[in-house]
Ligand binder design. Sequence first.
Ligand code: ADP
Ligand code: MG
Ligand code: MG
Length: 371
Amino acid sequence: TLNIEEKVFAIADQFDHQGKIVQIKPFGNGNINDTFLVDLDGQTQTSFILQRINHQVFKNPAAVMGNMVRVTTHIKQKLQRQPLERPWLMPEVILTKNNQDHWDSGTGEFWRAISFIAGSESFDILTDPAQAKEVGTALGIFHQLLSDLSPSQLVDTLPGFHHTPIYLQQYQRALAQNPKLTGSLGPEINHCQRVIKTWLDQCGVLETAKAQGQLPLRLMHGDPKVNNILFDRQSGKAVSVIDLDTTKPGLIHYDLGDCLRSGCNLLGEETENWSAVEFDLDLCRAILEGYLPQCQHFLTAADYDYLCPAIVLISFELGLRFFTDYLNGDRYFKVKYPEHNLIRALVQFQLASHIQSQEDAIRRMIEDIRG
Ligand code: ADP
Ligand code: MG
Ligand code: MG
């Protein structure tokens, strides 16, 4: 039998790369997939990214890859017709030697290869407004580039994703007779339960607006966290938005909310110091100053009205998902220690409450930037 390293080498060789593989190493800080960097020999050969798709999360990896091919092809063609005024790169899907967009092991593993954006780096935490503005610009460019691809072209690979009322139902199911509720972490768990109670009436606000046709269905990224945006090491400019697993029809509000949520929390979503978590308004302004000009030509008045509610909701929603996953025994989010998902939930709930207390200022900021 092969050891893990030999196994990954053999899988990398299923893909149509040009060269001899010299090294494969685990890469990046992803939470969902297993990511490797594959180095090829020779100076003209570039490295590529090899990923095992998390099949627990994505039940239909073939559809994930179909979406990824659609999106990257659309963006590539659009950039050829109308180049941006700044460097912009899209990872491309590398096919297998049998012309497939992923490799199916036949034993329940699904692997893909994508081109490596060399000379780039990603950050888990934003530190300065210039970087934050780049993040906002990058998300805006991504939305803008997809604004003329019909949402119906993509498959919904994660039904219920970002549907807060559905997460609430999942939470209520997880709660029923849960052994963790009688454990030693009583105060933290009670705190989470209390926070969730205050949200029962408001958590459907975006889904209702979508269902009533107030907010248009568009293509969204689904996971525009700061570490899914690649910066050029030399120029410090954002050059790519990666991690397209969750790109699907939805509301761009979730993306902007998610981006602000992850970008304006200076302690980062992995901090254990949850009670000190804050939402930084300077970074928020910078992200919005990057984002809004890219998208103003297609955003509607209703779109603007729902930006603020979305920013608060999305932090709460993620907290709810972390807490539910904690109760369910960490089935979705990988954990490094047993209470990891509980602490992550507390971080997001703290963030949501701090955003809520600054809602008026954020609303004024949006109006100010719109001019
Ligand atoms: P996950 O869904 O697990 O977050 P990602 O697709 O975001 O997986 O990949 C994990 C990390 O690997 C990224 O944060 C980034 O640092 C790195 N990475 C992924 N794809 C590329 C790429 N095409 N070029 C450069 N780095 C990449
Ligand atoms: Mg990622
Ligand atoms: Mg991902």
